[in-house]
Design a protein around this ligand. Structure first.
Ligand code: UD1
Ligand code: CA
Length: 486
């Protein structure tokens, strides 16, 4: 006989691992509800597309949702029988559908044409649910802090025979949340704020919104949910009463409040960002990254680090960045969609834009901007440069103030620089242009034609030096001044 109970938030170690193995043989369907407009965000962007740590809210939820696991991942672990995904979106949310399929090409999107409540929203995915997975998981698209481990913990009671598992948390302020009503250790109902009695308002154990159903009974349960409540909506939370009326078990799995923060406003978006940043910094430190002032460094959820990476204070790292062993990112640098080679050095005050790839030991100094640029091992761009749409061979030295003139007002053109080339300071390389390996460009040149290997190119007017010219000029000027005064 099953004894439903409230299980505490932490469940790791051998028991957790064992659960992981058991769960991996069950098939699942995750339905993510994202049909809301997010009116309270006061934004033209659908709510679930707002970013936290460089990824949309939806991306965070989808990353945590069960995924198909590859074969041979861990001993004794069978391939998961299927981890399907369905996303319920609003009628005018093409961008949400696009984001969903970008992240999970296997996902199916369903449109909820009328917003009649969370249970109604789940039923928009009826066709997917009817296919019958072992476990049906329901999650909200606006709770980005949820973890994969929590989804697995929620599925565990189903394995043991429960029909419904509800994710609960102790709210510091329960106002607005559905309250979990426990009688004799059993979950008997979830009461929404608007329908709760004064005593029920005192309950702090709240509904996080994430639920796991026995996939084979889910449709029957969902179809039995009515809308006899103060808002006249079909509430997903009423699944608990339905399950109980069917003589089946509903249990609560508890987690902490930070994990289930829902985003309704820009202030909550900022709070989630701060929780996520704290997590990412902790994870980076645990992985051996040196963060001198962690609270000043902004990371993205997908940032990857090698060994012995150092990040100085006040660095912003956007999505798609990988930093290899021994690299140092100096203060005030901003890096997006770039890969940084071993022992490379970036900044201070560097801006690496999308498509930058730095080879091992490359150096990007202060006030250097790069974009769509491949700099091979040992390349140095130490000061005040713009390197865009360029390929630079190993060990080339790019002098201060060098600019790749990549744009003619209509299209972008490429600059190619061979290995070991030396580009003198304040050179303009007017693309498309190729500079051969080992070539030497004199300072101040405006290079408009290709320079062959090992050639020297200087584009500069001849210098005109007049002996004593400065003295004569001064004398002339001072004489003129005295005449005016007298
Ligand atoms: C919901 C829960 C509440 C829980 C809280 C946790 C219900 C009835 N209430 O309340 O118990 O404590 O979340 O944050 O489930 N959605 C649709 N279509 C609809 C209605 C909602 O897609 O017709 C989506 C929303 O976009 C959102 C999610 O479902 O992602 C939750 O809806 P929301 O209106 O925010 O529910 P809450 O009032 O926060
Ligand atoms: Ca909500």
């Amino acid at each position: 006989m099953l004894h439903p109970e409230v299980v505490g938030p932490e469940r790791s170690g051998p028991v957790g691992n064992l659960l992981g193995i058991l769960m991996s043989v069950r098939s699942s369907l995750t339905v993510v509800l994202a049909a809301g407009d997010g009116t309270r965000m006061r934004s033209g962007l659908p709510k679930v597309l707002h970013p936290v740590a460089g990824q949309s809210l939806l991306a965070h939820v989808l990353n945590a949702a069960p995924k198909e696991q590859g074969k041979g991942q861990g001993k004794g672990q069978e391939k998961e029988r299927g981890a399907a995904l369905a996303i319920v979106i609003g009628p005018d949310h093409k961008a949400v559908a696009e984001e969903a399929t970008r992240l999970r090409p296997d996902a199916t999107t369903f449109i909820q044409h009328e917003r009649l409540g969370t249970a109604h929203a789940v039923l928009a995915a009826r066709e997917a649910i009817a296919r019958g997975a072992d476990d049906l998981l329901v999650a909200f698209g606006d709770t980005p802090l949820i973890s994969a481990a929590t989804f697995e913990r929620l599925r565990a009671p189903l394995e043991k025979g429960a029909t419904l598992a509800v994710l609960g948390f102790r709210a510091a302020d329960p106002t607005g949340y559905g309250r979990l009503l426990i009688e004799g250790g059993r979950l008997v109902a979830i009461r929404e704020q608007a329908d709760a009695s004064p005593e029920e308002h005192e309950v702090t154990l709240c509904n996080a919104g994430v639920m796991a159903f026995d996939g084979r009974k889910a449709l029957e349960i969902l179809d039995r949910i009515g809308n006899a409540n103060s808002k006249g909506e079909y509430y997903l939370v009423d699944a608990v009463t339905v399950v109980r009326d069917m003589g089946l078990e509903a249990v609560v799995i508890e987690t902490n409040e930070d994990e289930v923060r829902g985003i309704n406003t820009k202030a909550q978006l900022a709070e989630a960002e701060s929780v996520m940043q704290a997590r990412l910094r902790k994870k980076a430190l645990e992985a051996g990254v040196t963060l001198i002032a962690p609270e000043t460094v902004y990371l993205a959820a997908d940032t990857t680090f090698g060994k012995d990476v150092t990040i100085e204070p006040f660095v912003v790292i956007g999505p798609g960045v990988s930093i290899s062993d021994g690299a140092v990112i100096h203060s005030f640098s901003h890096i997006v969609q770039s890969s940084i080679g071993k022992n490379a050095s970036v900044g201070p005050y560097a801006r690496l834009r999308p498509g930058t790839s730095l080879g091992d030991g490359a150096k990007i100094g202060n006030f250097v901007e790069t974009k769509a640029a491949t700099l091979e091992a040992g390349v140095k761009v130490n000061h005040l440069s713009y390197i865009g749409d360029a390929e630079i061979g190993a060990n080339a030295n790019i002098g201060a103030g060098t600019i790749t003139c990549n744009y003619d007002g209509f299209s972008k053109h490429k600059t190619t620089i061979g290995k070991g080339a030396f580009v003198g300071t304040n050179s303009s390389l007017v693309a498309p242009v190729k500079i051969g390996a080992g070539a030497y460009i004199g300072s101040g040149s405006v290079i408009t034609r290709d320079v062959p290997e090992d050639a020297m190119a200087i584009e500069r007017s001849p210098q005109n030096t007049r002996e004593g010219g400065a003295a004569r000029f001064r004398e002339m000027k001072t004489r003129g001044k005295k005449r005016k005064e007298s």
